[in-house]
Structure formats: C-alpha cells, structure tokens
Design a protein. Structure first.
Length: 315
C-alpha cells in the first residue's frame, strides 16, 4: 500500500502553527489519486437571519488542528487507507448568490471527474443544492441524510427560490433525492403553518423531530436508517444548527431543544458501511461563538464522517 497523507502531528509541530488546512493535511491542486477532497465554500449570501458562516471554513479548519488521526471510540484509522487532502476554497461570487450556485455546481463537476469523494465545509445550506445537482450527474438520484433543525422546504424566501431554506424543495422537485430515502433528523422550532413540517412527509420524507429524540441514544435510529438505505448512494448534509445552541451557538438560525454532541456522534458513527458519495457540514458562523466550540464541534463531525466512508480501515 502506497504511503498516504497524514495530518501533521502535534508532537512534530505545535497545533497553533502550521498550515490552516483541515486537520493540517497537505493541500492539493491536483485531484488525481485522491480518495477524499476536503474543500471550503465560504458563502453566506443565502442566509435569512444571522450572517457570518462565510467564515466557517476558515474557523473549522483552524479548530480541526486539535483532532488526531486515530478514532479512539471506533478504531477508525481513515488516513491509513484513504488518500485525503484539502483542495482549498471554491471561488464563489460574494455579490451574487445565483452565480455562486453556478460556480459550486461547475466546480463539483470538475471534482467528480476524478474519483475523489468531496467533503465540504460551509457556508450556508443553499450550497447543498448545486452540490446535489453535480452529485446526481455522476451517481444518479441519491438517498439523503439531512441533519437539521429546519426542513428547508420553503417554496421561496423573499421571492428567491434558491436559498438556504428552500434547497431541499428544489432538490425534491428536480428529482435529485429519492423521497422515500430522505431522512430529516433534528427538526424542531416554530413554523408559519403546520404544512411547513407535514408537506415533506407527504412527499415520502422520513422525519425524526428533535423532541422525539430527547434523552435517546441515536445509535439505533442511525442503524435503522443505515439498513433502510442499503447499497444506494447516499449524501450526508449536516447543518450544525441541528445541535442545541448550548452545544453549537455559533450558527445563523439557532433553535433550542436540539440534538446533543454525543447524539451527533452516535448518528454519524452508525452510518458505517453506507455507500456515502459525498457530504457537507454547513452553517457554522464563528462570529456568534468566539470560544470556537461550534467550529470545533463541526470539525469533529466532519472527522467522524470521514471515519465512516467506504474503504476506511479499523484497527
């Protein structure tokens, strides 16, 4: 087995120094030979409440310096078997949401010409729509694990049809996701109408509201979802606001009564063995959490997702 990229050890170079790449992995411009490409999408022009997640990729990368390569809880050693690198940020148009969505989709087309599985750091949730468009051009319609406080199935927001709160309705309408294999976990809060929550269930989406998950381990739920997905290609999109703001206050649209950090770990870990073809961690807004804890949590969720990708070895 050829040598794989490894994160820089904190024993070789202090964690507060070195490259600001994810887990201080090597950066790469050439995707040839990569199994996983970590990238940033520094965009928040699709948000509707608090901005700031354009700074998410930089801060998540910064906090990821704390993470070591071996997963103590699961035994996963992703860097022993997968060639992983950070390919930097997409050059979005900070003055145009529509143009940024085009750039994201075209950039993903280029990434998916290679065999690298993309893991994105957001950025607001509107970015997942153009990502799914590109993913489907490569893999066909996908199952979707959508961890979020919000259903994101509004028809429009201020007349705009492609925003962070409408991305999943567009994805459903365009046939990008398999409705009966779409799992929404952590939904909660208030709405304008009852159909804000019930309409997607009528499409076939499987919804797991946060209040039904309080005080529960999510390992069993995750295992049920994993069995239901089977061998279908699946995309995982994790909005950090799925967590209670006690755990992740640095986000644009916080809702109380959310998931805990341990529940997030249980859920992601239970997806081991699924045919994951891509994923993202979105809506980390560092200005609303100067401790860095939200970004640290997001970085660890991305690491846990990396640990359950196809081909990871376990020690």
């Amino acid at each position: 087995m050829s040598a794989k990229n490894q994160p820089i050890s904190g024993n070789d170079l202090a964690r507060f120094s070195g490259p600001n790449t994810f887990m201080r992995l090597p950066s790469a411009n050439d995707l040839k030979g990569l199994d996983v490409a970590v990238l940033g999408v520094p965009m928040d022009i699709g948000t509707s409440w608090r901005s700031g997640c354009r700074f998410g990729p930089k801060e998540v990368r910064s906090q990821s310096a704390m993470i070591r390569p071996y997963n103590l809880a699961t035994g996963a050693a992703p860097f022993d078997s997968l060639q992983v690198a950070d390919i930097g940020d997409l050059a979005i148009n900070t003055f145009s949401l529509s143009d940024s969505l085009r750039i994201i989709s075209e950039s993903y087309d280029a990434i998916l010409n290679y065999d690298a599985l993309p893991l994105a750091i957001g950025g607001d949730h509107s970015m997942t729509l153009p990502i799914l468009r590109a993913i489907v051009r490569r893999h066909g319609p996908v199952a979707l694990v959508h961890v979020d406080a919000h259903a994101d199935v509004n028809d429009d927001m201020f007349g705009e049809r492609e925003t962070h709160g409408t991305f999943l309705r567009r994805a459903y309408e365009e046939g990008l996701v398999k409705a009966e294999k779409t799992y929404q976990i952590g939904l909660r809060g208030s709405g304008y109408l009852a159909q804000d929550f019930t309409e997607a269930a009528q499409w076939g989406f499987q919804q797991f509201p946060a209040h039904e998950l309080w005080h529960r381990s999510l390992s069993e739920l995750g295992a049920e979802i994993r069995r239901d997905i089977g061998d279908l290609p699946v995309y995982v999109t994790f909005d950090i606001d799925s967590l209670d703001p006690a755990f992740a206050p640095g986000t644009g649209t916080p809702e109380i009564g959310g998931l805990t950090s341990p529940q997030a770990l249980e859920l992601v870990r239970s997806l081991k063995g699924a045919n994951i073809v891509g994923g993202d961690l979105v809506e980390v807004s560092p200005p609303y959490d100067t401790t860095g804890n939200t970004a640290l949590t997001g970085a660890n969720i991305l690491y846990e997702l990396l640990c359950v990708l196809p081909g990871v070895v376990y020690r």
